[in-house]
Design a protein around this ligand. Structure first.
Ligand code: ADP
Ligand code: ADP
Length: 225
């Protein structure tokens, strides 16, 4: 049961211009249900580009992108957006929480946008926040929380709509090392508990080694690390 499959993905920025940057040239990846894959590479190698293409935020120049066995290349923007909202959760290095809203509301919003009723959205948001250890902070705005707490809330928001696939780009890269380890651990547990598939870009080899597999992005392709 393959949740995410990339085949022969190519991406060049500024194609055909003097400042062209070839980032991906035949990237292949298959992530099975419940599998957690670490993606390691130096800065600028193309991790964000790969995650954006896998998560339907950007389009490849060539190749195939399948989510849940369905080809995404060639779908209309509207359909891609619908699949992304239903199937994919994102976590970034910076939390991107909405500053005017409480932690609880930040986790409720994607559910409301997907048509979940207010009461159910609130219950699920509260459950998620408790599971990652910030239940007591549910009514706080992001600015009143520590960096680690903010990222925990961002994980909850990413999982609010029960996606099958989690894509994380240096999810703890903005935290001090000790906090990073603890928060990363929470993310692993949360993903394991929910049976999620995940691709997590990280510079931290010790954390990467906790995943099922480690892949390196090298010369535009993915190889076992
Ligand atoms: P990583 O996440 O591994 O740091 P990125 O995917 O962000 O790598 O970037 C890969 C390369 O592509 C870098 O050289 C970066 O400068 C370049 N790049 C990324 N996005 C764009 C863009 N929108 N336009 C032009 N170049 C880009
Ligand atoms: P990361 O923390 O993943 O390494 P970057 O600083 O490489 O992020 O990129 C941040 C954002 O800016 C990304 O969304 C990327 O697509 C975009 N970007 C990166 N490099 C370029 C570039 N040379 N030109 C335009 N956009 C870029």
């Amino acid at each position: 049961d393959v949740v995410l499959e990339l085949q022969g993905v190519e991406k060049t920025y500024n194609r055909g211009r003097p400042n062209a940057v070839e980032v991906l040239s035949g990237a292949d990846l298959a992530v099975r249900a419940g599998e957690m894959v670490a993606l390691v590479a130096p800065s600028g190698a193309g991790k964000s580009t790969l995650l954006h293409i896998a998560g339907l935020l950007d389009v490849a120049d060539a190749g195939s992108v399948r989510i849940g066995g369905r080809e995404m290349v060639g779908l209309s923007d509207r359909r891609r957006t619908a699949v992304r909202r239903r199937e994919v959760g994102f976590v970034y290095q910076f939390h991107h929480l909405l500053p005017e809203f409480s932690a609880l509301e930040n986790v409720m919003l994607p559910q409301l946008a997907n048509g979940t009723g207010r009461a159910n959205a609130m219950t699920r948001a509260g459950d998620l926040l408790s599971r990652v250890g910030v239940g007591a902070r549910a009514d706080h705005r992001p600015a009143a929380m520590s960096g680690g707490e903010q990222q925990r809330v961002a994980f909850c928001r990413a999982l609010a709509n029960e996606p099958r696939l989690l894509l994380a780009d240096e999810p703890t890269g903005n935290l001090d090392p000790a906090t990073s380890d603890r928060v990363f651990e929470t993310l692993i547990e949360l993903a394991r508990d929910t049976g999620l598939s995940a691709v997590i870009a990280t510079h931290n080899m010790a954390l990467a080694a906790r995943m099922d597999r480690v892949l390196r992005l090298e010369n535009g392709g993915l190889v076992a690390a």
